[in-house]
Design a protein around this ligand. Structure first.
Ligand code: F6P
Length: 358
């Protein structure tokens, strides 16, 4: 008997179901003695022993379905070693559930925080295989995460729709794209949507540079300016603060988010009307795009191979267009940020996109 535990953890994204389907189809094609334990709402299910048994049939017809059939939740890594409100040792509880069910391995689908806990479970002696999910595409060790391309498509569609209304009005439009720590989605959607200014956490901006772009466009008879801003974009002034000072400043910020702060500053410094669009969680919703369906299926199938070969302790990744595996200890705790020196940034600058920095 092959007993596989499976969970999805952290913020959801498109293609989680497609990836799980890939794993189960891959395993069940080779073995007919498989038991699948689906843990509910991420690590919470593993901690408290909440699971349901699934068969390969449960994974049929879910290739195109958004969300996750298992549910998910955020269980911060930093609290994993802290007992819960009833004094329960969460790590011991997860190990207990794993051993009680005599699992052969855990398949864990998640992003950065999830991978830190997955690695912790590996260190604790559990057999773990992980899959790279997150719209943010900020997992170290893989060129791509599933969810990313779908989110880029949605954010791009938002910018496209803004473009048509923008051509009718002399306004500045700000579209706030998901990504608190990294700007991959904003960068790609910004370029794909033809944004004039792209503001990322990795490239601190100067508000005077941003307003200068707006004024120059107006002087060149361009009626509107479109700004794609990542949730975590930061000004040069704020980037000079210590992490703690910046956190305190953010906690006191009177604006709901960065787009509102920018809008007020732009309105103060120019005579332009500003409008804000925040697509928010729509970027994680709906069906995965074709790319994500293919990618999630490939990483799911690769995970199935590892399980069948009893090779554990890896995240399935994509490097240089090839599906590969990366040791979990190499992935855990590292962020893949946008590199300000990357070719894509240079190319964007070449065609006149401003990153608000120079
Ligand atoms: O990590 C994925 C992500 O969608 C980020 O881009 C975003 O900042 C965050 O999650 C939102 O988290 P939540 O769904 O918990 O509000």
């Amino acid at each position: 008997m092959l007993r596989i535990g499976m969970l999805t953890s952290g913020g959801d994204c498109q293609a989680l179901n497609a990836a799980m389907r890939g794993v189960v189809k891959g395993v069940c094609t080779k073995r007919d003695d498989v038991e699948i334990y689906g843990f509910e709402d991420g690590y919470k299910g593993l901690i408290y022993g909440n699971f349901h048994m699934l068969t390969s049939k449960d994974f049929s017809g879910i290739l195109t379905r958004g969300g996750t059939i298992l549910g998910t939740s955020r269980q911060p890594f930093k609290l994993m070693r802290v007992p819960d409100k009833d004094g329960l040792d969460k790590v011991a509880a997860m190990k207990h559930t794993y051993h009680k069910l005599s699992l052969d391995c855990l398949v864990i689908l998640g992003g950065n925080g999830t991978h830190k806990t997955a690695n912790l479970l590996r260190e604790e002696g559990l057999n773990v295989v992980t899959l790279p999910k997150t719209i943010d595409n900020d997992l170290w060790g893989t060129d791509m995460t599933f969810g990313f391309q779908s989110a880029v498509d949605i954010a791009t569609d938002t910018i496209d729709r803004i473009h048509t209304t923008a051509t009718s009005h002399s306004r500045v439009f700000i579209i706030e794209v998901m990504g608190h720590k990294v700007g991959h989605v904003t960068l790609h959607a910004g370029i794909a949507g033809g944004a004039d200014v792209i503001l990322l956490p990795e490239i601190p901006y100067d508000i005077d540079v941003v307003t200068d772009v707006i004024q120059k466009r107006a002087a060149a008879d361009k009626k509107f300016t479109i700004i794609a801003v990542a949730e975590g974009a930061i000004s040069k002034e704020d980037a000079r603060l210590k992490k703690k000072e910046y956190k305190e400043k953010l906690a006191k910020r009177k604006y709901p988010s960065i787009a509102y702060e920018l809008a007020e500053k732009i309105q103060q410094k120019t005579d332009k009307e500003v409008r804000i669009t925040v697509p928010g969680h729509t970027q994680r919703g709906g069906s995965p795009c074709a790319y994500d369906r293919v990618f999630a299926t490939r990483v799911g199938a690769a995970a199935a191979e590892l399980i069948l070969n009893q090779e554990y302790g890896y995240m399935i990744a994509m490097k240089n267009q090839k599906i590969t595996k990366v040791p979990l200890q190499d992935v855990a705790g590292k962020l893949k940020m946008v590199d300000p020196q990357d070719g894509i940034i240079k190319e964007a600058r070449t065609i006149g996109i401003s990153f608000g920095d120079q």
